[in-house]
Write a protein that binds this ligand. Structure first.
Ligand SMILES: [Zn+2]
Length: 308
């Protein structure tokens, strides 16, 4: 398969740029959103606290840990081994405290029972986090849905070409990498979410045009989403509904979901890398090298995103 060297270099640079920016922190610091809530390792808290306080931001954390088992999220005592904590931050301490308090109410009861998924946005939490009302409503309608359900519903709600401003497919909300928005948009053309994302992007880029170009370039790359929510991005030389030609394809940069250890994911990646053309079927993705089929990936209803 032929590769365009300059594109690969460009994409690696773009990944570096995007990995080094915590967009949600930026939004908080610049007054674009009122509070931030993120899940981190307990050991990271001290370092983050130092940076936040230096910038006039109040920060506190949950009195419990969140633990992920295979498909379950469970709250556990703070002193227990492993797991992560949730931090709450704001320039106004009372807002961060209110967010923590509201979330504590919701988390109660999960200590003992455990849940497959739990929704961490209600009306109050959504407003405190500065999410658009339309997206709060959307999230409430999809309470306790896995990320992929939120993505596919938002995709169905999208009228026209998805906006790159809302590309959250490299990084689900809550992870550090890549998305300008920190919530699930109600559609990939949601106006309120776009306004928010534009403010975030503009806030870094007044004197940093090069960085802005890399971010835009990266977020505009088409994305293939598998039905388990895992993603690949690629450069496209030719796309139509349900098919795409590409020079290179790349694994998602989101490391929080353990993609690197997922054998099915890596296997799909190898197949995609062997080809330069995909056609999406109802239950499979067929991979071609020029016109010769070189592999199939079993996957029901994969989604192909282009952005503008
Ligand atoms: Zn919306």
């Amino acid at each position: 398969m032929s590769r365009v060297k300059i594109d690969t270099q460009h994409i690696l640079k773009a990944i570096k740029v995007i990995e080094n920016i915590n967009f949600e922190y930026l939004a908080l610091r610049n007054g674009i959103k009122p509070t931030q809530r993120s899940i981190i390792d307990h050991g990271q808290f001290k370092g983050i606290k130092k940076i936040y306080e230096k910038n006039g931001i109040y920060i506190t954390h949950s009195d419990y840990k969140i633990k992920r088992t295979k498909k379950m999220l469970r709250a556990a005592p703070l002193h227990s081994h492993g797991g992560q904590i949730i931090f709450y931050a704001s320039k106004l301490p009372k807002l961060a405290k209110a967010l923590k308090e509201q979330e504590d109410k919701r988390i109660k009861g999960i200590y003992s029972s455990g849940r497959k998924f739990f929704s961490m946005v209600d009306e109050t939490i959504g407003h405190l986090l500065g999410y658009p009302q339309c997206c709060i409503n959307f999230f409430k309608q999809n309470t306790n849905s896995p990320s992929i359900k939120l993505i596919s519903s938002a995709f169905e709600n999208t009228k026209g070409t998805p906006s790159f401003y809302l590309n959250n497919l490299h990084a689900f909300p809550g992870s550090r990498f890549g998305a300008l928005i920190s919530h699930f948009p109600c559609s990939y053309t949601c106006n309120e979410s776009k306004k928010y994302a534009q403010k975030v992007l503009n806030s870094i880029c007044v004197s940093e045009t090069e960085i802005r170009e890399y971010i835009e370039f990266f977020l505009k790359l088409p994305v293939l989403v598998l039905n388990n929510g895992k993603t690949f991005f690629f450069n496209s030389v030719d796309m139509s509904a349900g098919s795409a030609r590409y020079n290179f394809i790349y694994k998602s940069i989101n490391q929080n979901h353990g993609f690197e250890k997922d054998r099915n994911y890596l296997c799909a990646y190898n197949r995609l890398e062997n080809g330069n053309n995909i056609i999406l079927g109802k239950k499979t993705i067929s991979v071609f090298l020029n016109d010769k089929e070189v592999g199939k990936i079993k996957n029901e209803k994969p989604l192909l995103f282009t952005f503008k």
